[in-house]
Write a protein of this length. Structure first.
Length: 501
């Protein structure tokens, strides 16, 4: 009877580690077998700018000993997009097929470059360090395996914090399904789904551990680890700094309410301060080892941004969706348009140079100063369009799992960006309120996932305000997840009512 309850119903408290592991193993096996194409087989190489830079520079480090020098003549990653027959050949052979020999290629790698959002660069270097004869297919398998592992960490956390087995299975399968639907492997974008899920799961497991909740050494060590995790995720996609940073602040706040609801005693303050300091130490340690050494401080003509610039996206985002005011100001979603605007503000500016962001900020604030009504109109349009087609994407993904398209298509017809944002905010606030009232850790995990979706919606509002799966896949995931939460809540309520009779 206990197993049947765990299968269909949520637990009032946390499950034991062994019991959670027992349920987790078949879920992991089902997910890995049914979605093995995520981490096996072949997919075409991605030729977009970020994976091209990250993977090329990792190859330059491995084969040429030049981790900061770029070949302006050759691009192995772009070459692979034209030669799918070489996906199963060692990357060293790909370079030789392209340039004649590895040595000939390395001689052309003489242009200084700093990799921004460089976690993909470091993961590729790790894969090459493990296997110098790595193929492009094997790199894709390696990256896919890391992503599916992140989703499975989230699944284990759901079980540990009291979610039902079927709820967990559905949550993990949909996560894997969204990874599959993105259709790329050698890119940062599939990580957009699984990194916040992994972080939410880790915080849930931490709050389910009495040793961590009590504060002290274990709490500080966990915070140190999460500082490192946050730095890694933020170096994969810059907006995850705000997302995972907000998760850590929520974790600290909930840790406080759990330890002492009455007042901030010296012991509580000391424990929270130690956790916050440890988080910062972990974050800075990662930057010091993996980020700061990549900068080329003595070359003013080289972009030293190790993160994705902010004002560049905000200014170009004024043109999305299409509107007359952005056109009148010469704004379009094009990198070179951003550079042109910056040049107008500062003729000496270089692309992504040290004054680039300041020049764009000057342009942006000038628009608000001179055209406040038009800017408000643009942002009203952006909010209305923000995430607008997420339910159509959900219909496409759900159809593969026998979920009728009519649900997603109907939601698309009756919602817009304002409604979607309201849904996400309401879900986050309801989860936080419910956690404070009941102390059930699984509800905190739900709140963390809602927070990730809310942050992603905020990114969309400020930048590219039309739903694109590779950018905002965590929002897509949340729509499924929220539906599962509501269905599970209805089942739990019906069971509680039946048992009280």
């Amino acid at each position: 009877m206990s197993i049947l309850r765990d299968l269909f119903l949520s637990s009032d408290g946390n499950r034991g580690w062994l019991r959670s592991l027992t349920y987790f193993l078949p879920i992991a096996l089902i997910t890995l077998l049914s979605h093995r194409d995520i981490f096996t087989g072949t997919k075409p190489a991605t030729g977009t700018a970020h994976p091209e830079q990250s993977i090329n520079m990792a190859m330059n480090a491995a084969y040429c000993g030049k981790p900061s020098l770029w070949s302006s003549r050759y691009s192995p990653q772009v070459f692979l997009t034209t030669r799918p027959d070489l996906m199963s050949a060692p990357l060293r052979n790909v370079i030789a097929a392209m340039a004649g020999s590895v040595d000939a290629y390395c001689q052309t790698a003489n242009e200084p470059v700093v990799v921004s959002e460089n976690s993909l660069f470091w993961l590729t270097r790790l894969a090459l360090w493990q296997n110098v004869h790595l193929t492009a297919d094997q790199l894709g398998d390696f990256l896919g395996a890391i992503r599916i592992a992140m989703v499975l960490v989230f699944g284990f956390a759901l079980l540990r914090t009291g979610s039902s087995v079927l709820f967990t299975l559905a949550a993990v399968i949909i996560g894997a399904g969204i990874l599959r639907s993105l259709g790329v492997r050698d890119s940062i974008y599939p990580f957009v789904t699984c990194m916040p899920l992994m972080a939410a799961g880790l915080y849930g497991m931490a709050m389910s551990s009495p040793a961590i909740r009590r504060g002290g050494v274990w709490s500080a060590l966990f915070a140190l680890a999460m500082g490192i995790v946050t730095a890694f995720c933020a170096s994969m996609r810059t907006t995850h700094l705000y997302m995972l940073g907000a998760m850590f602040l929520i974790y600290l706040a909930m840790l406080f309410t759990g330890r002492d609801r009455a007042r901030a005693t010296p012991a509580v303050v000391k424990g929270l301060t130690a956790a916050a300091a440890s988080f910062v130490v972990g974050y800075v340690a990662y930057l010091s080892v993996f980020i700061y050494p990549l900068r080329i401080s003595d070359n003013p003509n080289v972009s030293n941004y190790v993160y994705h610039t902010f004002m560049h996206q905000v200014v170009l985002g004024l043109a999305v969706p299409d509107n007359a005011f952005a056109k009148s100001q010469g704004v379009a979603w094009d990198d070179m348009v951003g550079f042109g605007i910056a040049k107008k503000m500062d003729p000496k500016v270089t692309y992504y140079g040290p004054t680039y962001e300041g020049a764009l900020l000057k342009f942006y604030t000038g628009l608000w100063r001179d055209h406040p009504r038009e800017m408000l109109g643009v942002y009203a349009l952006k909010m209305r369009s923000n995430g607008d087609e997420v339910f159509l994407s959900a219909a496409g993904v759900g159809e593969r799992y026998y979920i009728p398209r009519i649900f997603g298509e109907t939601m698309h017809k009756i919602t817009n960006g304002f409604a979607i944002m309201a849904i996400v905010i309401a879900a986050f606030l309801a989860a936080m309120w419910r956690y404070l009232k009941t102390g059930r850790t699984r509800v905190l995990v739900i709140g963390m996932v809602a927070l990730a979706a809310l942050t992603s919606m905020g990114e969309g509002f400020l930048t590219y305000s039309i739903f694109v799966g590779i950018y905002y896949s965590i929002v897509l995931y949340f729509m499924f997840f929220l539906a599962f939460v509501l269905i599970q809540a209805a089942i739990d309520a019906a069971a509680a009512k039946a048992s009280s009779r």
